[in-house]
Design a protein around this ligand. Structure first.
Ligand code: NGQ
Ligand code: ZN
Length: 454
């Protein structure tokens, strides 16, 4: 048993003083006491604010290595769909070794940003020609290995990708690395299950474009009771495609044709009619918002206020990993609402700190989406914790307690000092404890990818 002692900690009931958190041998919180005293051997978190670390609910780790390489203007109109072509071109050359090095680097940056767990929406399964690796779960093993190297908590979401569009067209050459029919998917999922003991294992449908209706129910019901994720309504063109093919918009169609419940996470619930927004909120499923990527790709803006009013749950994901910045995700979420609604303080219903409302909603929604007991500092939860530097949260006035507004809106990620995932202290003084090694491997990987002419 180890114990942390913090002057201030954000507990489910609010900010509490002199908090002692005991962590057991497997990394769960054993006890939390307030108005307590430090004991000999406790780790004293002097001048720190202890908060639950966040679960990042959506990532394609490999895309980290193309960050900054798709921002050049070419002739013609650039869109999500032209970006996707660039992304396909990039992933075509990736080997399992490349994926492992890139993912470890992305996960390291996530930990440094204050994310203690990741939901990897993993679809890069096969060889470039579409054939299986000798171990069909080779790529998934690399993702798991990267999580272990970095120390981040993993929820692995092997993705079913079966067709090239809502009309049932075949995968194109560049999509072959993703493709599975139901049998191949079952083999893959079974192989992953054997090696993912430390991870939460869920399922994912890539999108309504890539998974035909008949496969959705077996996908959600035949692979255990873990999380179910799907890209749902990111682009207006996909909304129009689904509407034309199935007679309803993606969110409305899904709610009518699948048992959407709290296991589900609808990633990019961007384009919804008011009725869809309200109906989604009522399912208690999580809306997976990826504000930085959604801005980067020109997706559109989520209907935050209506969703919140209806009691909706959400979390945040770093998706394309073009920039890994936890507080920027929350700021872009709130600011996109302000741009859209021409109001302020949108993402909170009752009076109080907006930063805290954003942070706590994302902590709880993220943990729910990852099937991870986390997001709150309470006994039984994983010790997923972040210690912020109080001197970065200026003006730090005890008793004022709008500290997360200063963290989210003003200081940003630089306030993060120490991060634990399941009790493992992976970030100290703002830097990952294995940064040099992981960064070196990433740099070499990127160098050889550039030589390869991407
Ligand atoms: C993905 N990313 O699977 O990586 C997608 C692009 C698609 C985002 N949607 C490909 N942000 O949706 O077809
Ligand atoms: Zn995605």
């Amino acid at each position: 048993m180890t114990a942390l002692f913090a002057d201030w900690a954000l507990l489910p009931q609010g900010w509490c003083a002199n908090v002692r958190v005991e962590i057991d041998a497997v990394g769960r919180i054993a006890s939390v006491s307030t108005d307590s005293h430090a004991q000999t051997g406790d780790t004293r978190l002097a001048n720190r604010l202890l908060i639950p670390a966040l679960s990042n609910l959506h990532s394609h780790a490999f895309q980290r290595a193309m960050a900054g390489h798709a921002e050049k203007k070419a002739s013609g109109e650039d869109s999500f769909w032209t970006w996707r072509e660039a992304m396909y071109g990039f992933l075509g050359q990736l080997t399992p070794e490349d994926v492992e090095a890139i993912a470890a680097f992305a996960y390291m940056e996530m930990l440094e940003a204050g994310f203690s767990a990741i939901g990897e929406f993993h679809y890069l399964h096969h060889r470039p020609d579409g054939g299986s690796y000798d171990d069909p779960a080779e790529m998934a093993q690399r993702i798991i290995a990267a999580a272990q190297t970095s120390g981040i908590g993993m929820t692995l979401l092997p993705v079913l990708y079966a067709q090239g569009g809502v009309d049932g067209r075949a995968l194109n050459d560049r999509q072959r690395r993703f493709g599975c029919d139901m049998d191949r998917y079952a083999t893959l999922h079974g192989a992953i299950k054997h090696s993912a003991a430390d991870s939460v294992l869920g399922v994912a449908a890539h999108s309504l474009r890539a998974v035909p209706p008949a496969m959705l129910t077996p996908l959600a019901s035949d692979f255990g009771g873990g999380p179910v994720h799907i890209h749902i309504a990111e682009q207006v063109a996909e909304v129009a495609d689904v509407q034309a093919a199935y007679g309803a918009r993606p969110v409305a169609w899904l709610l009518d044709n699948a048992d959407v419940d709290p296991r589900w996470c609808l990633v990019h619930a961007t384009h919804m009619q008011p009725e869809e927004t309200i109906a989604l909120a009522k399912t208690r499923a999580v809306a997976g918002l990826c504000p930085i990527t959604e801005g980067n790709l020109g997706d559109g803006i989520f209907d935050g206020w209506r969703f919140l009013e209806a009691g909706g749950r959400y979390g945040i994901g770093s998706d394309s990993n073009v920039r890994i910045d936890l507080t920027e995700e929350l700021r872009v979420l709130e600011y996109s609402q302000r741009f859209q609604d021409r109001h302020r303080t949108v993402m909170r219903r009752d009076p109080g700190s907006v930063g805290q409302a954003l942070y706590q909603a994302a902590a709880q929604g993220g943990a729910q989406a990852l099937g991870r007991q986390a997001g709150r500092i309470e006994p039984g939860a994983w010790a997923d914790l972040t210690a912020l530097e109080a001197d970065e949260i200026l003006p730090f006035v005890p008793g004022h307690q709008e500290w997360l507004d200063h963290y989210v809106f003003v200081a940003g990620d630089r306030a993060v000092r120490t991060v634990w995932s399941a009790g493992r202290m992976m970030v100290q003084d703002g830097r990952h404890i294995h940064r040099a090694k992981i960064a070196h491997a990433f740099k070499q990987t990127v160098a050889h990818l550039m030589e390869g002419g991407s």
